[in-house]
Design a protein around this ligand. Structure first.
Ligand code: ADP
Ligand code: X2W
Length: 259
C-alpha cells in the first residue's frame, strides 16, 4: 500500500500573527504521518523592503524581483521566517529541517523569460528532487520549504509559495498518496467574502469558471486555485483550502477542489 504524505502550505497573514502562527505550528507538529511544510512570507518581505527604502512591485500577485529585492527575500524567506518556524517546530518536538530550493538541490527552476513583463529573478519550477526529500522523510525529518528555488548555476530565484507547494506535491505523488492543504486566515473559499461562514464545500472546473465570472473569486485566490487544479490534474489525490485550524481533525469546514 502506498504511504500517505501531506504537503501543507501556510500563508503570509498567519505567519505575521505570532499567536495564530504558534497555534498552527502546534497543530502541524501533532499532525500524523509523513508531512512537509511550505511557507510564504510575502508581507514581511514587503515590510523589510520598505524599511530599507526598496519599493515593492507586484503584478498579478507576483513580485517583480530585481537584484536588491532578491537579497531582501533571501534574508526574509530562507533566513528569518524559515529558521523561526523550524525553531518553533523543534520546541513542539517536530524534527524539522529548513530548506530553500537550493538545499539538497531540492527545487530546480529557470528564470522566467521576459515577455510583456520582466519579473526579474522569478523562477518557474522544472523539477523537484523527490529522492532526496523522501530520504529526509524516511530519516524522520520534516522538511520546511521557503518560497525559493535555484537554477543549478548559482542563481537563487523567487518562486511563489503556493506554486512551490503544488510542485512538491505533484512530484512527490509518484512515491506517495499526496494531499495538498492550503491553510490561510479564512475558513475556505467564501461565497461572500464578508461572511466568514459562507464556505463553498467543493469547487470543480465548471463552478470555478462561474465563480470567476461572478467576481466571487478574486485576487490571490485566483492563482491559488489555478495551482490546486494543476496539482489535481498531475497526480495529487486531494487538495483542500481552509483555515489554519484545518489540521485539527475536528474541523470539517473547508473547501475541496475536484476536477
Ligand atoms: N472567494 C474568496 N474566498 C476567500 N478568500 C478570497 C476570495 N476571493 C479572494 N480572496 C482573497 O484571497 C486571499 C488569499 O490569497 P493570498 O493572499 O494569496 O493567500 P496566502 O495568505 O495563502 O498567501 C484572501 O486573504 C482573500 O483576501
Ligand atoms: C514570485 C513571488 O511572487 N513570490 C512570492 C513568494 C512569497 C509568497 O508566496 O508568500 P505568500 O504565500 O505569503 O503570499 C513573493 O515574493 O511575494
Amino acid at each position: 500500500m502506498t504511504q500517505k504524505l501531506s504537503i501543507i502550505k501556510i500563508g503570509g497573514n498567519v505567519i505575521e500573527n505570532k499567536t495564530e502562527l504558534s497555534k498552527f505550528l502546534k497543530l502541524f507538529a501533532d499532525f500524523d504521518g509523513f508531512k512537509i511544510l511550505v511557507h510564504g512570507g510575502g508581507k514581511l518581505a514587503t515590510q523589510l523592503a520598505t524599511k530599507l527604502g526598496i519599493e515593492s512591485k507586484m503584478v498579478d500577485g507576483r513580485r517583480i524581483t530585481d537584484a536588491e529585492t532578491l537579497e531582501v527575500i533571501t534574508m526574509v524567506y530562507a533566513g528569518l521566517t524559515n529558521k523561526n518556524i523550524v525553531a518553533q517546530l523543534q520546541a513542539n518536538k517536530c524534527n524539522a529541517i529548513g530548506l530553500s530550493g537550493a538545499d539538497g538541490n531540492a527545487i530546480l527552476a529557470h528564470k522566467r523569460p521576459v515577455e510583456e513583463i520582466d519579473y526579474g529573478f522569478a523562477g518557474d519550477v522544472d523539477g523537484v528532487n523527490k529522492k532526496m526529500i523522501s530520504k529526509l522523510l524516511k530519516a524522520d525529518l520534516t522538511p520546511v520549504f521557503c518560497a525559493m528555488s535555484h537554477d543549478g548555476h548559482g542563481q537563487l530565484l523567487n518562486t511563489n509559495a503556493d506554486t512551490i507547494a503544488a510542485e512538491v506535491a505533484i512530484h512527490m505523488s509518484s512515491f506517495y498518496d499526496t494531499t495538498l492543504y492550503y491553510c490561510f486566515e479564512k475558513k475556505g473559499v467564501l461565497k461572500d467574502i464578508s461572511d466568514e461562514d459562507s464556505v463553498i464545500a467543493q469547487i470543480d472546473n465548471p463552478s470555478y469558471t462561474k465563480l470567476l465570472s461572478e467576481g466571487i473569486i478574486a485576487d490571490g485566490m485566483i492563482p491559488k486555485i489555478d495551482n490546486c487544479f494543476n496539482a489535481i490534474e498531475r497526480g495529487v489525490e486531494k487538495v483542500c483550502i481552509g483555515h489554519h485550524s484545518m489540521l485539527d481533525s475536528k474541523n470539517e469546514l473547508f473547501t475541496t477542489i475536484t476536477i
